[in-house]
Design a protein around this ligand. Structure first.
Ligand code: URA
Length: 189
């Protein structure tokens, strides 16, 4: 059993996590991709898993979906210093397939410890993998996106994944509504 409580700060957690070989994903990716943004930020965004660009560069959301995400954050006037970005799984699934349930289960304790150490004020699930992992395994993102829920003491909300917007422009409006709700809540703090 992994004892992740031994990691009392993000730096030591990350140093251990980059050594992880606990599931098959590590055999085919170039590197373990943990995070970008400000660990002191109050908004924690959680995607699915690294893609090809992320695997190359070692940072999440740096490819086309990431560029769109940055534009959305900018348009919603959410300051970058408030934002910390990570993924459910930290190793790129081959050919960008969805991470499998056992891969998600293996990586989840790391994400949970990451959340404990970051202590965000708000969690934003980008897409159904994150929403199913952090909110409810049966969640239907089309129905449940944009609703405020709780992850322990933390406000949590799900929206569509930015890659889904690239494929389906009809999702732009609901995502914009969700980010306006996020901004409104943020402005109340
Ligand atoms: N999609 C994700 O879910 N995460 C990334 O880091 C990049 C694309």
């Amino acid at each position: 059993m992994l004892d992740l409580l031994q990691y009392q700060d993000l730096e030591t957690l990350v140093a251990a996590h980059v050594q992880c070989e606990a599931c098959r994903l590590r055999q085919q990716c170039k590197q373990v991709v943990i995070h970008r943004g400000n660990p002191q930020g109050r908004l924690m965004l959680v995607g699915e898993g690294p893609g090809a660009q992320e695997d190359e560069q070692g940072k999440p959301f740096v490819g086309a979906a990431g560029q769109l995400l940055d534009k959305i954050l900018d348009a919603a006037q959410l300051p970058l210093e408030e934002v910390y970005i990570t993924n459910v799984v930290k190793c790129r699934p081959p050919s960008n397939r969805l991470p499998k349930p056992d891969e998600i289960r293996t990586c989840l304790p790391w994400l949970q410890r990451q959340i404990e150490l970051i202590e965000p004020r708000m969690l934003i699930c980008l897409g159904s993998v994150a929403a199913r992992t952090l909110i409810d395994p049966d969640i239907r993102i089309t129905r449940e996106r944009g609703k405020w829920l709780r992850y322990g003491e933390i406000d949590i909300i799900a929206t569509f994944h930015p890659a889904a917007l690239l494929r389906d422009p009809a999702k732009k409006r609901p995502v914009w509504e969700d980010f306006k709700a996020i901004r409104d809540r943020y402005l109340q703090w």
